[in-house]
Design a protein around this ligand. Structure first.
Ligand SMILES: Cc1cc2nc3c(=O)[nH]c(=O)nc-3n(C[C@H](O)[C@H](O)[C@H](O)COP(=O)(O)O)c2cc1C
Ligand code: SF4
Length: 493
């Protein structure tokens, strides 16, 4: 759809969104002292370790290097994958993509978990501007890595302890490869709570076993290209409701890739075996939604509630109510990964489409979301504790955690405490590095946090692409703040 039509649609929608009520929870910025913040955590029953002061330097808990399956990684910060909806129609990076990756490079984090989701073939793109790992794009995607490396080298003088991988994906149910507004879903199975959102009315959107076999080959080919492009590992994405993740919950799917645990994990097993054969020195990681809840939608007063009629059996990592965590299968899945040589995992939860409050806790919902049904700090603690539990039961694996950004001013304090307590090996940062790229470097150097750059979870980086625009931190990053899109996005959140 042409941009001008999108903008017109946005304007027509403004009236509706401006009337929405606000979240009722206290803002994190309102806690002016360590005591006030930790008292509030106690008051709402959130058990989260938090250190009063944060140490700096290379030997501090967050500055210390670690060994990740034989690779030296220089500190305990990791940049989580984040796409910007800003590639070319052919799936090559643009100047905006390069800027984001250079910012990842200057962050000071020594682990880059995938950069952003890169589709392994065209029909798996989440939007027509998602990067695509074709032969034709190989050198441009190599260039992205090189830009990140040189930005890091210029700022920190070395890259031998910087570990950079590429996230490989097929967007499955959420694919929109050709038009920003046209869903072209390839699903693992029918799901009554999710099908209407992507206009699925019969079984024709279910991806066939034969096509899954071809897709496995596409993942392997993309991994080989990633290695040629200089990436030291690939992430075989299994999170956020995209195809790899949806297959894990495919209990109703017939055939070789559905039903039993063995069948539901065939996809990842075959991809890993194929990559190991074709690119033996390339390391493999998996980003995994370790639990999910039933799909949510806005209820009364726009507060999120489960979609009526949602089927808890189709929710990966949930208990029989579909609203609580059951880590039995996710834990079994991690044991399986470890047994096939996958030693690193990046934990996340839920889906940004159907359960954004558990995936990326936020004070302000994106335009297609809902007001948080719980204090977002509850959602943060849930992710951190579930990761800790899995790390305890899988001591041979290295864990990167997610969901820290909502902690805002207290992110470094909680990050240090959870690393010290052995809850996680590396602190994954998403939205915070869009608004405040140098946060890891500032923490390790002992520089006072720059409060005006701290992400306040306005969700504009999600609202913009949901309405056909590029993503970026429109409220806080001066580069995006100056763009004409800013006013449109602002009015929608
Ligand atoms: C703009 C944006 C783009 C994202 N793109 C991806 C992606 O390409 N792949 C992925 O696994 N997660 C993606 N995520 C999810 C983040 O990696 C992360 O899990 C989430 O933002 C929660 O972490 P945070 O609290 O630090 O933001 C994206 C998030 C945002 C805000
Ligand atoms: S737009 Fe900026 S402030 Fe808002 S959630 Fe995204 S990164 Fe944070």
């Amino acid at each position: 759809m042409p941009d001008v039509v999108w903008r017109l649609r946005l304007r027509l929608d403004l009236h509706h969104y401006q009337k929405e009520p606000m979240s009722v929870y206290p803002r994190v910025a309102s806690f002016k002292s360590f005591q006030a913040f930790t008292d509030y955590l106690k008051e709402i029953g959130v058990d989260l370790p938090c250190d009063e002061s944060v140490a700096s330097g290379d030997e501090s808990p967050l500055g210390r290097s670690m060994d990740v399956d034989g690779v030296n990684v220089g500190n305990r910060f990791c940049i989580l994958p984040m796409e910007g909806w800003d590639g070319t129609n052919d799936g090559a990076p643009t100047d905006l993509t390069v800027r984001r990756w250079r910012n990842f490079g200057i962050s000071g984090a020594k682990w880059i978990w995938g950069g952003e989701a890169v589709a392994v073939r065209h029909d798996g793109r989440a939007n027509p501007n998602q990067l695509l790992m074709t032969e034709a794009n190989l050198s441009a995607i190599e260039g992205l890595r090189n830009e990140l490396m040189s930005a890091h080298e210029e700022r920190f003088g070395r890259t031998d302890d910087l570990y950079v991988g590429l996230q490989l994906t097929h967007s499955g149910r959420w694919a929109k490869p050709n038009e920003k507004a046209t869903a072209e879903p390839r699903t693992a199975q029918r799901n009554p709570a999710l099908d209407p959102r992507v206009k699925v009315t019969d079984d024709s959107a279910i991806i066939s076993d034969d096509d899954l076999r071809r897709l496995i080959d596409d993942f392997i080919a993309a991994a080989v290209r990633a290695e040629k492009a200089g990436y030291r590992f690939v992430d075989v994405k299994h999170c956020h409701g995209y195809l790899g993740h949806e297959l894990l919950s495919g209990v109703d799917r017939k055939g070789d890739f559905g039903g039993s645990f063995e069948n539901r994990t065939r996809f990842v097993r075959d991809i890993v075996a194929g990559i190991n054969a074709a690119a033996p020195s390339l390391k493999i990681g998996v980003r995994l939604s370790i639990y999910d809840f039933m799909p949510h939608h806005p209820g009364e007063d726009r507060v999120g509630e489960p979609v009526p009629g949602a089927d808890p059996r189709l929710v990966w990592g949930a208990d029989p109510s579909g609203m609580g965590i059951d880590l039995d299968e996710p834990s079994k899945f991690l044991s399986l990964l470890e047994s096939i040589g996958v030693k690193m995992v990046c934990t996340t939860a839920g889906s940004p489409y159907s359960t954004p409050h558990i995936q990326r806790p936020a004070y302000f919902p994106p335009s297609d979301g809902y007001l948080p049904p719980e204090d977002p700090l509850v959602g943060v603690a849930r992710q951190l504790r579930a990761t800790a539990e899995l790390r305890r039961s899988h001591p041979g694996m290295t864990f990167v955690g997610s969901g820290y950004t909502y902690l805002q001013d207290w992110l470094p304090n909680v990050a240090q405490a959870v690393v010290r307590a052995g809850w996680v090996d590396s602190i994954g940062l998403g939205r915070m590095v869009l608004s405040y790229p140098e946060l890891p470097a500032d923490v390790i150097a002992g520089v006072k946090q720059q409060r005006k750059k701290v992400c306040r979870t306005f969700s504009e980086c999600t609202t913009a692409p949901r309405n056909g625009m590029i993503s970026g931190c429109f409220p806080l990053d001066p580069f995006y703040k100056a763009m004409p899109e800013r006013k449109l996005v602002q009015a929608l959140t």
